[in-house]
Design a protein around this ligand. Structure first.
Ligand code: AMP
Length: 209
């Protein structure tokens, strides 16, 4: 199963990707997590990406395509994968198609901008493993501590309200056209974002699982 999760920032792609990864037994590949790790480690990719990320803008396509080509070539991707946060532009989608990377399904998680702005204020992520939580909707067992790896939970810099607005604008302009791109290929499925469990159920249903 090769799957793309599409949706605005804060639509719950990361959370659903983690759940689906376990249920379907395939890895999740999140370019956001890969880039945040690169920034934290001060790698050349991280140095290139940091300013774009802090401003809520997209990292250039060539950087992303390089990351994806490298990651998808790893052995754990042989039986499929879930892409979270990539492709983010038509150019990225076209580059994957050119590289013969074909998907079984693209699931778009639908949610209003107002709901996103409300939610992002409560989002927390683990600074070590990237797992995401929400102070009300999906709290960790222990305040401020990751359930998976005991890492510290932090608020992402780009979850600040002004940056969230910029990211939403970028989503509507650059990423939303991907819905049309994949609808034309007959593989787009849409689900409404509800509670975490209901959204997972809807995704599994549209995937026929
Ligand atoms: P995310 O965690 O998916 O919300 O990504 C956080 C930030 O990383 C985005 O706002 C972009 O700056 C950058 N980023 C992640 N994935 C991509 C991508 N596929 N294309 C361009 N920029 C990306």
């Amino acid at each position: 199963m090769k799957l793309i999760l599409l949706g605005a920032p804060g639509a719950g792609k990361g959370t659903q990707a983690e759940i689906l990864s376990e249920k379907l037994n395939i890895p999740t590949i999140s370019t956001g997590n890969i880039l945040r790790a690169a920034v934290k480690n001060g790698t050349p990719t991280g140095l290139k990406a940091k300013a774009f990320m802090d401003a809520g803008q997209l990292v250039p396509d060539d950087v992303i395509i390089g990351i994806i080509n490298e990651r998808l070539a790893e052995p754990d991707c042989a039986n499929g994968y879930i892409l979270d946060g990539v492709p983010r532009t038509v150019a990225q989608a076209e580059a994957m198609e050119k590289a013969d990377i074909i998907f079984d399904a693209v699931v778009s998680i639908e949610i209003s901008d107002d709901e996103i702005i409300n939610r992002m204020s409560g989002r927390r992520v683990c600074e070590s493993c990237g797992a995401s939580y929400h102070v009300i909707a999906a709290p960790p067992k222990q305040d401020g501590v990751c359930d998976n790896c005991k890492g510290k939970l932090i608020r992402r810099k780009d979850d600040a309200p002004e940056t969230v607005k910029a990211r939403l604008e970028v989503y509507h302009k650059e990423t939303e056209p991907l819905k049309d791109f994949y609808a034309k290929r007959g593989i787009l499925k849409s689900v409404e974002n509800r509670s975490i469990a209901e959204t997972t159920e809807s995704i599994l249903r549209v995937l026929g699982k």
